[in-house]
Design a protein around this ligand. Structure first.
Ligand code: FPP
Length: 206
């Protein structure tokens, strides 16, 4: 497959909405959780492939704010799966010089998950290769709310515009600088694994 790839025309930031797991499992008469397990295997393959191709950034939409509406048992399973993934794969991620970053309101995740993702981020913080963003408890609208609040916080701290608050305006650059993915190229390839063509509150600013 590598022979067919034009290495001069690679995306700089790939974003993936990882869905279709349930349908994948149903087609095979398997439980939904088997689909999620297969989804993690695909994620591993994609992470390795992107790192080998020197793609600067990969963002995986793993758990949306809307996903809390799923049955408790499925949520618990997904959280366990994520922790298991981190435990097993962190050495591989680190060896591949990948820097792990969690995006989303991760402070609202279960404590054990927060501990694991923080350990993973700290462990890989000095890596200089691909940036791997895992979106957890992520919502595109919430990201914009967080960006605007961070801008307002800056205004409160650094004082208002020289002509007073009335003259203060938010501009595009300010918003860009306060997104979870600040400093990274904008995604130039968005894949939704189920094949659906909706973006479902993912990176709405794109
Ligand atoms: C949504 O579609 C998918 C999820 C809620 C879970 C996706 C998360 C993972 C595969 C685990 C994340 C792991 C890593 C390593 C980042 P669906 O699966 O419910 O499928 P459907 O659209 O067919 O119902």
């Amino acid at each position: 497959l590598l022979d067919q790839v034009d290495l001069q025309r690679l995306p700089r930031h790939v974003a993936i909405i990882m869905d279709g797991n349930g349908r994948w499992a149903k087609r095979r008469h398997l439980p939904r959780i088997a689909g999620h397990r297969a989804g993690v295997q695909s994620a591993r393959t994609i992470i390795e492939a992107c790192a080998r191709l020197h793609i600067p950034a990969l963002t995986l939409y793993a758990f949306s704010m809307e996903n809390w509406r799923r049955p408790r048992a499925e949520i618990d399973f997904l959280m366990r799966l994520l922790r298991e993934y981190l435990r097993k794969e962190l050495p591989v991620i680190h060896r591949n010089n990948i820097r792990l970053q969690i995006i989303g309101r991760s402070d609202q995740l279960p404590k054990a998950v927060i501990d694991d993702v923080e350990r993973g981020m700290a462990h890989t913080a000095g890596n200089t290769g691909m940036r791997l963003n895992v979106a957890l408890n992520y919502g595109g609208r919430a990201e914009l709310v967080d960006a605007f609040n961070a801008i307002l916080q800056g205004v409160r701290h650094n004082g208002v515009h020289k002509n007073g608050f009335d003259a203060f305006r938010v501009d595009e650059q300010m918003i860009t600088n306060h997104l979870y993915t600040a400093g990274l190229p904008d995604p130039d390839l968005l894949i939704r694994t189920s094949g659906e063509m909706r973006i479902s509150n993912f990176m709405l600013w794109q």
